[in-house]
Design a protein around this ligand. Structure first.
Ligand SMILES: *Cc1c(COP(=O)(O)O)cnc(C)c1O
Length: 336
């Protein structure tokens, strides 16, 4: 099957599986797993930070970041569309007693800084204490402009806030701009990275920050049941992903641009090709039933999520000819 639902569906390749098989391991709760230690040091170095923590998921890594920056009764500012507000089960509120203050994202994924300023609470006992600004890059496949990151960092500093990046797909942003990770991460006090999306590892994320933050996060991770023992087999997959699967994200971006361009010519599919910056294409359907389209595509070997606005995601298990297969199946659907 050609699976365009998400880049989370990527499968570990043979070489990655081999790296997992031969990985030296130990008990990571004792700090004894050489493969986990190597991955954490490697990722911290790449981002230009002191330390990193290997986690079971991006959701866990974001929660640890929020709980380590904020205390009970504090507040974080984030986008209305932020994953760590909308799609993580309200974890910061439920488990951290941290109040989210979502603010509208603009069309390019940024949050207007003067609007953000109006949401910072005054120092008055009526209010939660605003501690943190959390941004996401890429967001909905869009790359936040570097200039904006610099402005947001200055804004956070000026208002005495910490600034966190949900960088689940930060390498897509880096590759799209031909920048090293550090050019993006330098604007933040912490960031999270998903190894299990476009990078192709089966499991795992990282939280990256300074030593003090990572020490706090390590305590929360244990409390949340995230202390893993011989986790090196998973860390080895992440290490392989960082060493081998970053540059190739450019192929996914090229395939997404190609897909958008082809789909824009099909009647009933509204695609703004100019908005495709990384590996995601959004197509709004006109007079097409999404469920019927989905089942037609399924019969032609292609999986999508049915919605009025389709999100189609390219990744390392989708080739250029897979995109052609998808486009041909769509054309067949429209012509029948
Ligand atoms: C997927 C994703 C996460 C969470 O990662 P999981 O590993 O699925 O928990 C966080 N933020 C963003 C932007 C994501 O896309």
């Amino acid at each position: 099957m050609i699976d365009l639902r998400s880049d989370t569906v990527t499968l570990p390749c043979d070489a990655m599986r081999q790296a997992m098989l031969v990985a030296p391991v130990g008990d990571d709760v004792y700090g004894d797993d050489p493969s986990v230690n190597q991955l954490e040091e490697y990722a911290a170095d790449l981002a230009g930070f002191e330390a990193a923590l290997f986690t079971s998921s991006g959701t866990q890594a974001n929660l640890l970041a929020l709980m380590s920056h904020c205390q009970r009764g504090d507040e974080y500012l984030c986008g209305q569309q932020a994953h760590n507000y909308k799609f993580e089960g309200g974890g910061a509120a439920v488990l951290g007693s941290i109040q989210p203050q979502p603010v509208n994202n603009q069309a390019d994924g940024t949050i207007n800084l003067s609007e953000l300023a109006s949401y910072i609470k005054p120092d008055d006992f009526h209010f939660a204490q605003t501690r943190l600004l959390s941004l996401e890059n890429t967001i909905g496949g869009k790359v936040l402009p570097q200039r904006y990151l610099a402005d947001a960092q200055a804004f956070a500093f000026e208002h005495n806030l910490k600034i966190h990046l949900d960088g689940a797909r930060v390498f897509n942003a880096a590759v799209a701009q031909n920048l090293p990770l550090s050019a993006i991460s330098q604007h933040f006090d912490s960031l999270t990275i998903c190894l299990s999306k476009g990078l192709g590892a089966p499991v795992g994320s990282l939280l990256i920050g300074d030593e003090a933050l990572i020490n706090k996060a390590r305590r929360w991770r244990k409390m949340l049941g995230g202390g893993m023992r011989q986790a090196g087999m998973l860390a080895a997959a992440g290490q392989f992903a960082l060493e081998n699967n970053v540059e190739r994200l450019a192929e996914d971006h090229d395939n997404a641009a190609y897909l958008a361009q082809q789909l824009a010519d099909v009647p009933g599919f509204n695609v703004d090709s100019a908005q495709v910056q990384t590996n995601m294409v959004y197509a709004t359907l006109e007079n097409i039933n999404p469920v019927q389209l989905q089942s037609h595509l399924q019969q032609h070997g292609v999986m999508i999520s049915a919605a009025k606005t389709l999100r189609l995601v390219t990744h390392l298990n989708v080739s250029r000819s897979d995109v052609d297969t998808f486009i041909n199946a769509v054309k067949k659907f429209v012509s029948q």
